[in-house]
Design a binder for this molecule. Structure first.
Ligand code: FES
Length: 113
């Protein structure tokens, strides 16, 4: 088993079998890594391996469409394309929350019609 620590999610940690896909672990354990396609197309799951980069597998061609060599050197990976073979800590850029909707006050109770 390996331990994945989701730094951006209050350092939540989860156990997973070795050779687990990082995004799948996040989904199963509610780790919080953002995603859309899950297939290496959208780039949403960009994350940074804060520690344990040596415990990740080889960089995939799909990742090279979204990340530069400098990104890789700084520990960035695409979670949906990354498998972990040992303990890792991962962070990501939190997605902005949508502005809260402010509803107009209701006019009357609806019984005066
Ligand atoms: S979720 Fe779309 S590239 Fe990973």
């Amino acid at each position: 088993m390996v331990t994945v620590t989701f730094v951006t999610n209050d350092n939540k940690s989860a156990q997973a079998p070795a050779h687990s896909n990082l995004l799948r672990v996040s989904l199963r354990e509610k780790g919080g890594i953002p995603f859309k396609c899950g297939g290496g197309l959208c780039g949403t799951c960009k994350c940074r391996i804060e520690s344990g980069l040596e415990n990740t597998d080889a960089i995939k061609d799909k990742e090279r469409k979204h990340l530069t060599e400098a990104d890789f050197a700084n520990g960035y990976r695409m979670a949906c394309q990354t498998f972990v073979n040992g303990d890792v800590s991962v962070s990501w850029q939190p997605r902005p929350r949508p502005a809260p909707r402010v509803l107009p006050p209701t006019a009357g109770s609806g019984s005066e019609a």
